[in-house]
Design a protein. Sequence first.
Length: 88
Amino acid sequence: VTLVYVVGGFVIGIVAMLAGVILCLVGLIVTLPAGQLIIYYLQSHLYGQLARTARPSFATPAGDFDLPAFPEEPPSEEPPTPPPSIIE
C-alpha cells in the first residue's frame, strides 16, 4: 500500500507539474502580445492628445514664399446640377 501511495503521489506530481508549465506557457503567449498592444494604444492616445493641443510651428516651409496670402478673386460658384432621375 505504501508503494502505491508513493508512486501515485509521484505520478500526480509529475502530471501537475507538466500541466502547470503548459498553462504558464499558454498564459505567456496570450499575455505578452496583449501587454504590448496595451502599451501601443496608450502611446497612440497620448500622441493624439499632444497633436490636438500642440501649437503650429512658426517656421515657413520651403516654397511658400511666393504664394499670395489670399486668392485674387473668390472662386465662382456654379449652381449644383441635379442628379439624373432613374425613374421617369
